[in-house]
Write a protein that binds this ligand. Structure first.
Ligand code: FES
Length: 230
């Protein structure tokens, strides 16, 4: 079996994410603009390549980002309550002249890339203006969880950023806070019961242990003040 066919993230019962298939692991920092909102991503670290590794899911490892077994000591409850239905059954649509947007409240990781210049929804509604159209698409494409997706009105197709398969650990250095695990490039995610979630280009997985939508991030790390780094 080659790396591509081994490429997978398995959610272990009340334990970590088991990653196989030599998937690159990097640190992805949110770059914050003058208005205090995120504007783009910057890759700031690359971890040594490994065929298999276990990423902490409970938020309490002393060896972040990897699991050190602490989940057993603390009795971590990692029950998966995330919706298994396809993304498009979970979304609200916003229609614009050139661009439509879909958004899933449940999958929103509170990354706030959609807050600039009014917000992505306002921009989509004004998307007959080329600058507004471009920014609406940019904001949607920066969304790490894929909760927000821009759709080309003419082709009816989603506008997706190009991502090679990799896993990013989200940090907001300005706030000194950590975010979820950013899964990029269509990596299959297998639930603890062996079923596979819908494969998507962009997904965020909880790593603070507190999401109400496990294994997906629901933004709870923000109110919890989660810090993966000392
Ligand atoms: S999941 Fe094992 S230490 Fe967090």
């Amino acid at each position: 079996m080659d790396d591509k066919s081994r490429r997978r993230i398995r959610v272990l019962v009340d334990g970590p994410y088991l990653v196989t298939g030599r998937i690159p692991l990097v640190e992805d920092d949110m770059v914050i603009g003058a208005d205090g909102e995120p504007t783009c991503w910057e890759q700031t670290a690359v971890y040594p390549e490994q065929e298999t590794y276990a990423l902490c899911r409970c938020g309490e490892s002393k060896r972040m980002p990897f699991c050190d077994g602490t989940h057993t000591k603390i009795g971590f409850d990692g029950t998966e309550t995330g919706c298994r239905d396809p993304y498009l059954t979970q979304v609200e649509w916003t229609k614009g002249p050139q661009v439509d947007l879909t958004w899933s409240r449940k999958l929103c990781a509170e990354a706030r890339f959609c807050h600039r210049a009014g917000d992505a929804w306002t921009l989509a509604e004004k998307s007959d203006d080329p600058a507004a159209r471009e920014l609406a698409i940019e904001e949607a494409c920066c969304c790490p969880s894929g909760s927000l997706v821009a759709w080309d009105k003419e082709t009816g197709r989603p506008i997706e950023p190009e991502h090679a398969p990799s896993i990013g650990l989200i940090e907001n250095p300005q706030a000194g806070a950590s975010g979820p695990i950013r899964v990029k490039g269509g990596i299959p995610i297998e639930a603890a019961d062996g079923t596979t979630y819908e494969v998507r280009n962009r997904v965020t997985l909880c790593r603070c242990g507190r999401s109400g939508n496990k294994p997906f991030c629901d933004g709870t790390h923000v109110t919890a003040g989660f810090k993966a780094k000392a």
